[in-house]
Design a protein around this ligand. Structure first.
Ligand code: NIG
Ligand code: FE
Length: 418
């Protein structure tokens, strides 16, 4: 019989497990479980087995094929990060939009003039399927090297049945070829495509009837997203579409309350897994989100890219919401794509504890993707680790993204130079 593969890695100055923390609400740093004193971690196959002193773990691993990874300098171990909202499959660039915004035009004005998302649709449709796949892999690998071991990836720049399928297949192929986990989401309801002759309702009806069944039968995604906003989709049509998507078995998520309110309310009504953006959310929206099981996802990268206020992360946590933080990496509103940097800056601006920020990019972000097997360092969880060259976990957010992990473990494999 083949021996099981195991890695014994350590010693760690600290292992921040993110275990035994609530899914919702505020967190203080003193609640974090921080295992100090030179702990080691035993990883068996794809999973975390045991955390403890070297001698005991070495003994536990007698019957397995063991590789020992001895870290020679101080190291802090965190769960691999989860970025629960990205649009990293796209063609072209929107550097001109960025310049135009900084010269005074708004995101919505640029869209009205034919730029914005539609510009990326045009550039993505021109790209070959191979280049979309390749560019997605390149961006995913950059994220992985920065500690993001799982990332969501949306379609939404195809905006026809065929072009959306091309995007979703490119994401699926990319997922096969990178060690990062890519979780795809169908965002065919990003905006009403300019070349569609018909109403919002007719477009959504077509997507529901002609695209979503193929997405399911070809196993391309289990998640559906929609952008509810002026210039995108209204509440009534969105409600109908999302209900139908749920009826087909999809999890639903919403680009909500980015510039105007309404989307997060609908997310609560419909039982979405998450409501993302929330820059415009006010008292009532915050309270409703907090009472619900909808994960509230802040996207600081979009606020930075657009030069706008952050989502009210502090208020959401104080009200009792589950707050995740994601990069929204996309060519328009959020071209930077540095999750750790953005999460750290949101923390400083919104006065979030380190525990709240780290929860937002680990187990709470995993919850936004309905993934219960990652985001914590505990027995039976996926062995996804981000290991930082420092002695104390406070160093990580203090450096606001400039201190990157020097070792990454994905599903029990120590990654080489990425
Ligand atoms: O999350 N707001 C809608 N969608 C994306 C932006 C997409 C784009 O501008 O290309 C967002 O900000
Ligand atoms: Fe987005």
């Amino acid at each position: 019989m083949e021996k099981r593969q195991a890695i014994l890695i350590g010693p760690f100055a600290q292992v921040v497990t993110m275990d035994n923390l609530p899914l919702k609400g505020k967190l203080s740093d003193s609640e974090l479980e921080v295992l100090g004193g030179g702990q080691w971690i035993l990883l068996e196959d794809e999973l975390i087995s045991t955390i403890g002193p070297y001698k005991r773990l070495k003994k536990d691993a007698e019957s397995v094929d063991l590789e020992i990874v001895h870290l020679t300098r101080g190291a802090v171990c965190l769960p691999g990060f989860v970025d629960c909202h990205t649009h990293i499959c796209y063609g072209g660039s929107r550097a001109n939009d960025y310049a135009a915004r900084n010269n005074g035009l708004s995101y919505l004005e640029i869209a009205e003039q034919g730029g914005g998302i539609w510009d990326t649709v045009t550039q993505t449709r021109k790209a070959t399927a191979k280049s979309l796949e390749h560019d997605t892999i390149m961006r995913a690998e950059r994220h992985l090297a920065e500690g993001v071991t799982t990332m969501e990836v949306k379609s939404g720049y195809g905006l026809s049945v065929n072009e959306e399928l091309i995007m979703l297949r490119a994401i699926a192929n990319a997922n096969q070829k990178t060690q990062a986990d890519l979780i795809s989401t169908c965002l065919a309801a990003h905006i009403l495509p300019k070349d569609f002759q018909g109403t919002q309702q007719e477009y959504l009806c077509k997507i529901h009837q002609e695209l979503l069944p193929k997405v399911l039968s070809q196993n391309l995604s289990k998640r559906v997203d929609i952008f509810i906003e002026k210039g995108a989709f209204d509440r009534t049509n969105s409600l109908d579409y999302l209900n139908k998507a749920k009826g087909l078995g999809f999890d639903v998520t919403i680009h909500a309350d980015q510039f105007s309110i309404g989307g997060s309310k609908l997310a609560v009504e419909i039982g979405a897994v998450s409501a993302d953006h929330l820059e415009a959310s006010k008292g009532r929206d915050i309270e409703e989100l907090a009472k619900s099981d909808v994960v509230a996802v802040a996207l600081p990268g979009a606020s930075m890219g657009l030069g706008m206020a952050f989502a009210p992360a502090r208020k959401l946590l104080d009200a009792g919401a589950c707050l995740a933080i994601a990069s929204d990496w996309n060519p328009g509103s959020a071209p930077m794509g540095d999750l750790l940097m953005q999460a750290a800056v949101l923390g400083a601006s919104e006065k979030l504890s380190n525990a709240e920020v780290l929860a937002g990019i680990t187990y709470r972000a995993a919850a936004a993707l309905s993934l219960a097997d990652r985001g914590k360092i505990c027995r039976g969880f996926l062995a996804d680790l981000a290991i930082f060259p420092c002695q104390h976990f406070n160093e990580i957010l203090y450096h606001q993204g400039k201190l990157k992990p020097h070792k990454i473990v994905k599903k029990g494999k120590l990654l080489g130079a990425i």
